[in-house]
Design a protein around this ligand. Structure first.
Ligand code: TYM
Length: 329
């Protein structure tokens, strides 16, 4: 039985990338392991939401987690900001996190490029807070998508550094985890890169059928194959990658064969892909709508989750304070 931690920022609705990168793996693990799943609401402050937006997003994301099947009876579901111990561990880890290594992380460099007007210290130390989230429960496994690989590498570095510095074997070095063998990257509909919340290329779990159809029909493709068994361009490969997660094998084989013998009509493929996505998301969407209305239930989940998560976090922080040498008189 491993300790497993995963989280998602509360910056907007969950999309297929979040589901297939993180949630699906978590669902498979929650019954056999000691699992923590949290909403990273401290992390979301790097984008400066209003109090109303912050609250609304947290409620939405929580409803979405639960609608996907994360079971608060077996896993501990909580809000990051309900654990002051995480903020304390973040402070302690920051003392041994170096500006140079933080500046070199890909996600930070990307943020600097995309939003030069808001390069705040929270963005720089994002991987430190993420490490605190994970090692506060002494987790061994972290179900995440491919995009979080480097952050996990940093987590291992910070855990190891702490152990070396205090000559202890206290924190395990957690590994990113995917049920299949490789970490997953779900592509967007714009032809390149990953599906993201802010890239405008995503399909959301709570999205209605018409909107999904429109988005998929507008997805980027190419002029079509001109030779048999031709290598696929990135946009077309991306459509097949999406098909692989939502469609039946027969459907995928059908369109692959058509691609390989140059008879494929992308319009037909997109129509099928849209229907398969809708078939997958619509039961989740229905549950989201129901759960979102039930404020009493949501409140209960969060209060009970906070209590369980704090029991684990406060044990760690007490031991960490001891190791560091903060003695109480
Ligand atoms: P976030 O909110 O960007 O994404 C949440 C999870 O979804 C995965 N994901 C994807 N997987 C595959 N393909 C995609 N296109 C895709 N887009 C997103 C992410 O890999 C992630 O697993 N830093 C984290 C939140 C976080 C966290 C943590 C995660 C904070 N502390 C501790 C795990 C453990 C983030 O920004 O995820």
């Amino acid at each position: 039985m491993d300790i497993v931690v995963s989280g998602i920022r509360s910056t907007g609705n969950l999309h297929l990338g979040n589901y297939f990168g993180a949630i699906r793996n978590f669902l498979k693990m929650q019954h056999e392991n000691h699992c923590f799943f949290f909403i990273a609401d401290y992390h979301s402050l790097t984008t400066h939401p209003t109090p109303e937006d912050l609250q609304g997003n947290v409620r939405q994301v929580l409803s979405e987690y639960l609608a996907c099947g994360i079971d608060p009876e077996v896993a501990t579901v909580y809000l990051q900001s309900d654990l002051p111990e995480v903020a304390e561990l973040y402070l302690l880890l920051n003392m041994n996190a170096y500006i140079g290594e933080l500046e070199r992380t890909t996600t930070f460099k990307e943020k600097v490029r995309l939003q030069p007007e808001n390069v705040n210290a929270g963005l720089l130390t994002y991987p430190v807070l993420m490490a605190a989230d994970i090692i506060i429960h002494k987790a061994a496994k972290v179900p995440v998508g491919k995009d979080q690989e480097q952050n996990l590498e940093m987590t291992r570095k910070f855990a190891k550094r702490f152990n070396n510095m205090y000559k202890v074997e206290y924190f395990p070095e957690p590994v990113p985890y995917n049920f299949g063998k490789d970490l997953i990257k779900i592509p967007g509909l714009d032809g390149s890169g990953k599906m993201g919340k802010s890239e405008g290329n995503g399909i959301f779990l709570a999205e209605d059928a018409d909107s999904i159809r429109k988005k998929v029909m507008r997805a980027v493709t190419d002029i079509g194959p001109t030779e048999e068994n031709q290598n696929m361009s990135e946009p077309v490969h991306n459509l097949f990658t999406l098909m692989k997660v939502v469609s039946d094998t027969d459907t995928i084989d059908f369109f692959l064969e058509k691609y390989n013998n140059c008879t494929i009509r992308y319009g037909e493929m997109k129509k099928q892909l849209a229907e398969d996505i809708i078939r997958f998301t619509s039961p989740i969407r229905d549950k989201i709508l129901t759960i979102h209305k039930d404020k009493t239930y949501l409140g209960k989940v969060i209060r009970e989750g906070a209590e369980k998560a704090r029991a684990s976090a406060s044990k760690t922080i007490k031991e960490v304070r001891d190791i560091i040498g903060f003695k109480t008189f």
